[in-house]
Design a protein around this ligand. Structure first.
Ligand SMILES: O=C(O)c1cc(=O)[nH]c(=O)n1[C@@H]1O[C@H](COP(=O)(O)O)[C@@H](O)[C@H]1O
Length: 224
């Protein structure tokens, strides 16, 4: 079985993205390309990365009115990513229309509550729930909307999976025990994320920021 680790290639530099992806390819299950990469390299850059023949997770976190998101997903169809993200906060109609516009074999998953946010941030935004309840509520909504799964932290994935046993669960904000959390607030270790029920885990800086990314990726793989 392929590794459950998707490496987040958060860089505008496509050559750097290719170098890291090539170095870690035997220790990861796929590559995640997000806003930073997409803003610099666009769909052609994503297609160029597809030549590496690793599954592509296109993390654009689409969040707009249903028509706009559906048209954006339609425009992305030629890329045929394995996984594509939208924000659950866009609501049910937006998620339904995003799924309907996506290629049949693309998993469309909804970001519930960013792993960079905690209960205090929710409070500041006027949301009365704690992170756990907010993730559970948005997971229910994503399920009702016909999506394939959600993105949540390792702290909530067990509860999310309880209400959606066959959902696909993406867990970022993953840190090896000694890793720097940086801007992430709801972190867990890779092994804890997998034990709690993650389908895949997303890891960026703990690998890409290491002197030798392949060794860092192999060390993480060995803990799983
Ligand atoms: O959708 C995501 O992948 C995502 C959702 C989320 O709640 N938190 C989160 O960190 N991510 C992404 O996961 C990656 C985490 O990167 P590192 O913090 O460097 O491991 C980044 O590319 C984020 O964009």
């Amino acid at each position: 079985m392929r590794s459950p680790v998707f490496i987040a290639l958060d860089t505008p530099d496509i050559e750097r993205a290719k170098t890291i992806a090539s170095a870690v390819r035997n220790h990861v299950g796929g590559i995640k390309l997000g806003l930073e990469f997409f803003a610099a390299n666009g769909p052609d850059g994503v297609k160029e990365m597809a030549a590496l023949e690793l599954p592509i997770f296109l993390d654009l976190k689409l969040h707009d009115i249903p028509n706009t998101v559906a048209k954006a997903v339609q425009a992305l169809r030629p890329i045929r990513p394995a996984i594509l993200t939208v924000h659950a906060g866009g609501g049910r109609a937006m998620m339904e229309d995003a799924k309907a516009a996506a290629p049949i074999d693309t998993k469309v998953v909804a970001v519930t509550l960013l792993t960079s946010l905690d209960g205090e941030d929710l409070h500041d935004m006027g949301v009365a729930s704690d992170p756990h309840d907010q993730v559970v509520r948005l997971t229910e909504l994503a399920k009702l909307s016909g999506l394939d799964g959600v993105v949540c932290s390792g702290r909530e994935v067990k509860a999310a999976k309880t209400i959606w046993p066959d959902g696909f669960f993406v867990v970022p904000g993953v840190r090896p025990a000694s890793g720097k959390t940086a801007d992430q607030k709801r972190t867990v270790t890779p092994a804890d994320a997998m034990h709690a029920g993650a389908s895949i885990i997303v890891i960026g800086r703990p690998i890409t920021g290491a002197d030798e990314p392949d060794i860092a990726a192999r060390a993480i793989e060995a803990t799983l």
